[in-house]
Design a protein around this ligand. Structure first.
Ligand code: ATP
Ligand code: MG
Length: 574
């Protein structure tokens, strides 16, 4: 490929809506182009990378016996009514009507469509197990599309689905998939971890995410040296010992004036108490009932855990006026003592170790000190609903401290069990001719997100540094003086030799300043640059520049092809 013919627009400046390096660099390096919010075109350079990742994914899926199919994007909405996801997916589901006013959805994943296929086609236990996959565009009306193709509204996913007649059979496929995901990410050169995760709107119970470790990732993961790993939605913790404990007031709590002190920081400073001595009371409405969630003052609520506990994905926080109506006090002064009897009070498990607490008094400008759970209020239940923090004691070994890291979620695998086969009545016949619901698994991998994650994990201040297995080009051949016949002759012969070896080579034939072209080469991130200068050629030398190591060496023209081939044959250091 000749650069002068390639559609590769590069930019010096980043677009104003780009917040993280991968988004900035993918635009600047001409890999993607925005059409509208969360919708992107992959330009030639970006598309080459996408194709290479797809090829790796396809090989690893085929290797575990998963079979490729292609399902429709346009889904009749009735299928989502059957599964319950028309409601549960909420506004993230793109919906449209046909000319007869029949409602359709643009597929966000394909559990419904594949379950519909199975209930029609897989009738006998003899046909099981089956694993099907596809690589297809998905649509989700994300509340906050951002980071370019990392969180888009239209994106490419590999999704696989498996059907079984026993839990043991599901377990085998689940482990095969986990192995394939590890290999896919290893082959893409991406440092990653598999963590316990939450099932979200997909459903099911056992599930794991594959997280590529990067500083600007949206996911936070918790790990312990005992081997425990979980994402922040899922992570449990045994908390940390309280640095100071609020003592219990004798008889009943003590009311203290806290004029204008609403936030945890304000109240703790005003009362000279550690934030952990305070207890936050957060009010929600779930299916008509008021829910009060109590958590330590120095922690955040984990809304996913609350949603799961309530079994209600639509749980809503109360507005200011509703808080006033329910508690009799404005926001900032809510507390568990004296709430209406019908309130469901959920106390975080960590509060069980508290002696006394400081809480809002349900009265303007006042708090209560020395409140004792069980005496001054009785929670409906206790459950783990707060977020874990770095430094907390691990829930598994109860010995070491949890450490946090950030990353990008690239894959998510689920044991769905009978969630969809039950709601959509998808059955097969066993050897005695009896009906059973399928046991299912589903396995997603973000192919277009993987391109962005690869950049996020591999770049420097000059641009992208593609992992060698997915680089758009293996090498750039860059003759410095494109008007010098001899230089061009040698460059052409190296270009031809490398291309014959099956390598993807970009020939920079542009008549532009060398410095400008070096900058472009660094920006688009091709691992090797072969530079031909008149002076070194006179000494029969050519420069190979290793982008990732920022190192160059001078070699004989005859050795270039061998060195480059060796570079790509070598397994990169992990
Ligand atoms: P997230 O928590 O990031 O929203 P998710 O849990 O909604 O992800 P899944 O439904 O499990 O994601 O989808 C499988 C995979 O598809 C994800 O692991 C991710 O790699 C990719 N993916 C999901 N949403 C997007 C998106 N908006 N843009 C690009 N890729 C996505
Ligand atoms: Mg999502």
């Amino acid at each position: 490929m000749r650069w002068s013919k390639l559609y590769l627009p590069t930019y010096k400046e980043s677009p104003s809506d780009a917040e993280i390096p991968s988004h900035k660099l993918m635009i600047r390096a001409g890999a993607i182009k925005k059409l509208t919010s969360g919708v992107y075109t992959f330009l030639p350079v970006g598309f080459r990378v996408l194709r290479k990742i797809e090829a790796i994914v396809r090989e690893e899926m085929d290797a575990i016996g998963s079979q490729e199919i292609l399902m429709p994007i346009l889904h009749p909405a009735e299928l989502y009514e059957e599964s319950g996801r028309l409601q549960n997916f909420g506004p993230e589901l793109f919906k449209l009507n046909d000319r007869k006013q029949r409602m359709f959805a643009l597929g966000p994943t394909h559990e419904e469509v594949v379950t519909d296929l199975a209930r029609a086609e897989m009738r006998s236990y003899r046909q099981l197990p089956q694993t099907l996959y596809q690589i297809l565009t998905k649509f989700r009306d994300e509340i906050r599309p951002r980071f370019g193709v990392m969180r888009a509204r239209e994106f490419i996913m590999k999704d696989a689905y498996s059907f079984h007649d026993s839990d043991e059979s599901l377990e085998v496929t689940y482990q095969d998939m986990a192995g394939a995901y590890h290999r896919i990410l290893d082959r893409c050169g991406l440092d990653h971890m598999m963590v316990e995760a939450d099932a979200g709107v997909i459903g099911g119970d056992v599930n794991h995410e594959f997280i590529v470790l990067t500083e600007a990732g949206e996911s936070e993961i918790f790990t312990c040296s005992c081997g425990y790993t979980a994402n922040s939605e899922r992570a449990e913790s045994l908390g940390q010992p309280l640095s100071s404990n609020e003592s219990v007031a004798e008889g009943s709590p003590v009311r203290v004036e806290t004029p204008g002190q609403k936030t945890i920081d304000e109240v703790s400073a005003f009362l000279e108490a550690d934030p952990s001595q305070l207890v936050k009371t957060l009010l929600y409405r779930s299916e008509g009932q008021i829910v009060a969630a109590l958590i330590p003052g120095d922690r955040s609520l984990n809304e996913v855990k609350l949603m799961k506990l309530l079994g209600d994905p639509q749980v809503q926080t109360l507005g200011d006026q509703e808080i006033l109506d329910v508690t009799g006090a404005p926001v900032g002064f809510s507390g568990p003592v004296g709430l209406p009897k019908s309130t469901r009070i959920i106390a975080d498990k960590l509060l069980e170790s508290y002696e006394g607490m400081i809480v809002g008094a349900n009265e303007n400008d006042a708090h209560l000190r020395g409140v004792k759970m069980g005496r001054d209020f009785v929670p409906t239940e206790t459950a783990s609903i707060s977020e874990a923090k770095a430094g907390d004691t691990c829930p598994r070994c109860a010995k070491y401290e949890l450490v946090t890291q950030r990353g990008v979620e690239l894959g998510h695998i689920f044991k769905l069990g009978k969630k969809y086969s039950r709601s959509m009545n998808a059955t097969y016949l066993d050897r005695d001719g009896k009906d059973h619901k399928f046991i299912m698994g589903c396995y997603g991998f973000g192919v277009s997100r993987a391109v962005a994650a690869a950049v996020e994990a591999n770049h420097d201040e000059r641009g992208i540094v593609w992992p060698r297995s997915i680089t758009p080009f293996h090498a750039i051949v860059l003759p410095i003086n494109v008007s010098d016949d001899h230089t061009i002759k040698v460059a052409e012969s190296i270009y031809a030799e490398l291309s014959e070896q099956g390598l993807d080579v970009l020939f920079d034939d542009r008549d532009l300043r060398a410095g400008f072209r070096f900058k472009d080469a660094d920006l688009i991130g091709v691992p090797l640059r072969i530079t031909l200068g008149e002076r070194s050629l006179r000494e029969n030398k050519i420069e190979i520049y290793y982008r990732g190591e920022d190192r160059s060496e001078l070699v004989d023209p005859g050795n270039v092809a061998g060195l480059i081939k060796a570079y790509y044959d070598e397994k990169p250091a992990a």
